[in-house]
Design a protein around this ligand. Structure first.
Ligand SMILES: Cc1cc2nc3c(=O)[nH]c(=O)nc-3n(C[C@H](O)[C@H](O)[C@H](O)COP(=O)(O)O)c2cc1C
Length: 203
């Protein structure tokens, strides 16, 4: 894929699940493809991985507290959201899915998601019984109806020792989705194209 993400601004949200360690791999792959990556970690994510890892990988500060300015004095939720060409939340916990489905703005990540006009790609990861719960599936359906993109979790070994659907999609497949999404966004908008045969002469 070479430098297929050269210069693209990506906002990576990392939430509090075991798969947070895989977000470091994802982040590194994005940087290697030329992307400029900013990371928001939720409070819970700090229990699973340290901000130092993402700061070293991206060369940028990691943001968590909406009231701590790192780069944007108008608020990180504004600056980070407006800078992003795409927002990717990987892993996305059940809690964060619920927050986004409810339209809450009670942490930096959910507030930034409300601000952004960029596409938002969610990569859920959780225990298989959590993923199967009607409440979680209701939130997933709500998010899809609201225009969020979703990369479904895979079947396999889960850190809790169970086997089932809930493993975060692989960093490789998330990268492929991001590249595809950004390439699609760059195609000229079909609705803006004029068919010469349909053009009427102006008087
Ligand atoms: C050891 C451990 C592992 C967890 N793994 C997950 C997980 O994979 N997915 C998930 O949705 N929640 C998981 N949780 C629960 C979340 O950390 C919890 O719901 C938290 O409030 C999520 O907050 P956040 O979405 O703001 O990061 C885990 C909790 C613990 C203690």
């Amino acid at each position: 894929m070479g430098n297929s993400l050269q210069g693209q601004e990506i906002l990576l949200g990392v939430t509090g699940g075991i798969a947070a360690y895989k977000a470091a791999d994802l982040c590194s792959r994005l940087v290697q493809l030329g992307a400029r990556v900013s990371v928001i970690m939720t409070e819970s994510a700090h229990h699973f991985i340290g901000p130092t890892t993402f700061e070293a990988l991206t060369g940028r500060p990691v943001c968590t507290d909406p009231f701590v300015v790192q780069e944007h004095y108008r608020g990180e939720h504004i600056g980070l959201a407006q800078r992003a060409r795409i927002v990717v939340i990987a892993p996305a916990t059940a809690q964060t899915l619920a927050r986004l489905a409810g339209g809450f703005a009670d942490d930096l990540l959910s507030t930034a998601v409300l601000v952004t006009t960029a596409p938002v790609l969610l990569a859920p990861a959780m225990n298989c019984d959590m993923w199967a719960k009607p409440a979680v599936q209701r939130n997933v359906a709500r998010l899809l109806a609201d225009g969020f993109q979703m990369i479904d979790p895979e079947n396999g070994w889960l850190s809790c020792g169970q086997i089932g659907a809930g493993r975060m999609a692989s960093p490789e497949s998330i990268v492929v989705r991001i590249v595809r999404q950004l390439q699609t966004a760059e195609l000229p908008d079909a609705t803006q194209q004029t068919d010469p045969a349909q053009q009427k002469e102006t008087p």
